[in-house]
Design a protein. Structure first.
Length: 402
């Protein structure tokens, strides 16, 4: 069974429980606040809930009938199916999961504040229906607005890296970090071109591409790389191999990237000069299917510290971050995580994403000793066709003298 179908079906079980809990809260809130009949409310909400969750059983049925080829129709190949089936499921998931989280936190707060709450139980009960309806309304507006903005707009995420005194000649150097282009039925050449134009508008001196040219298969390899060929950087554009490159035609992808002007390396180090300053760029292949051997790591990272040092990988593995720190690297660049794609939490306070299970370095910038870790959210999609609190982005690092 395809990974995307399997994960969608796995998500489906806890999602149904969330729908049930939020649905019960909503039914009670409408009945108590509006005086509506509970049975009539259920008759309206049940078909809506069923419609919003057609995708998982449909994906399973298509795979059972026609295997992988039949499931491809849900991968962005049909705009009508996206509009009527795929997007409603994922929008609904975000809204219900975010509402569920807030309602559960409300209930937990009652337990924590029980000494205060126990003398005012009736007042809390009267307020709860209004709280449920208000929460749902706010979450719907916030979620839809955030999804649209994060999915179809491009954020420029910037940071400055303070240079050691011996590398002040690099002051003002701009390094663009991109990853996870993942050309497919949704991330088409027109979308990729808009992304590429924004990268070029930043006038980067160097472009680091963390891998994943397409989502799957070979259909979109050439059309995607033809657009990536338009990327421009004064001191070159460099690429690592990503997970999706591994199972989508690795040899072909590497060959076409090189023809498009990229320097593609695996477990190797290249020496370049930027503004007369010696610079070392180490590119490692760290994916689910392939890890760099200890011997190759030793060879690739054992270089003189007199050069400015950059490490580029696909997956931001913690072990590689610490290795880069210990070996005196200054910048660590990666992608892979999509910033979590869909992250939940209370805006401005805390967000949680499945990617946190894999690595603590899942989005944005981190300072690890003197090392700056830059993990970009990238452009494309894998499991979800939307972004929520994990915007599409181009990451830009500007080197500055201290």
């Amino acid at each position: 069974m395809p990974w995307v179908v399997m994960m969608t079906l796995i998500i489906f079980v806890p999602l149904l429980l969330m729908y049930y809990y939020v649905g019960c809260c909503l039914i009670n809130a409408l009945a108590e606040r509006k005086g509506w009949d509970r049975r009539r409310i259920r008759r309206v909400l049940l078909p809506v809930g069923i419609y919003l969750n057609i995708l998982p059983p449909l994906a399973g049925m298509l795979y059972w009938i026609g295997g992988r080829p039949a499931v491809q129709v849900l991968g962005g190949e049909s705009f009508l199916l996206d509009l009527l089936v795929v997007y409603p499921f994922w929008f609904g998931l975000v809204i219900v999961a975010q509402t569920f989280l807030i309602l559960v936190l409300w209930q937990l707060s009652k337990l924590i504040l029980f000494p205060v709450y126990r003398h005012r139980t009736e007042a809390w009960k009267k307020r709860f229906p209004s709280f449920v309806l208000g929460t749902l309304a706010v979450v719907i507006v916030y979620s839809v607005t955030t999804i649209v903005n994060n999915t179809w707009n491009i954020r420029i995420h910037q940071a400055e890296l303070e240079l050691p005194t011996e590398f002040t000649a690099l002051d003002g150097t701009r390094i663009a970090v991109i990853a996870d282009i993942q050309g497919d039925g949704r991330t088409r050449p027109s979308i990729i071109r808009r992304y590429v134009e924004k990268v070029n508008a930043l006038e980067p001196d160097m472009i680091l591409f963390g891998g994943d040219v397409v989502t799957s298969g070979e259909k979109y390899i050439t059309s995607t790389i033809e657009v990536l060929a338009e990327l421009r950087a004064r001191h070159g554009k460099y690429a690592a191999v990503g997970d999706h490159d591994m199972f989508s035609g690795r040899t072909r992808i590497i060959s076409e990237l090189r023809e498009a002007g990229f320097i593609v390396l695996e477990d190797s180090t290249i020496k370049v000069r930027i503004n007369g300053t010696p610079t070392i760029l180490t590119i490692l292949t760290h994916t689910y299917q392939q890890r760099t051997s200890p011997e190759a790591l030793e060879t690739a990272t054992n270089h003189a510290h007199e050069a400015f040092r950059i490490m580029l990988v696909h997956q931001p593995a913690e072990s590689l971050v610490y290795l880069a720190r210990d070996r005196g690297y200054h910048l660590f660049a990666a992608g892979h995580t999509h910033g979590g794609a869909i992250t939940f939490g209370i805006p401005g306070i805390y967000f949680w994403a499945p990617s946190r299970v894999e690595t603590r370095y899942f989005t944005g910038f981190y300072k690890v000793g003197s090392l700056l870790v830059a993990v970009t959210n990238g452009l494309g999609h894998t499991l979800t066709p939307i972004r929520y609190q994990a915007p599409v982005e181009i990451t830009l690092v500007t080197l500055r003298r201290s």
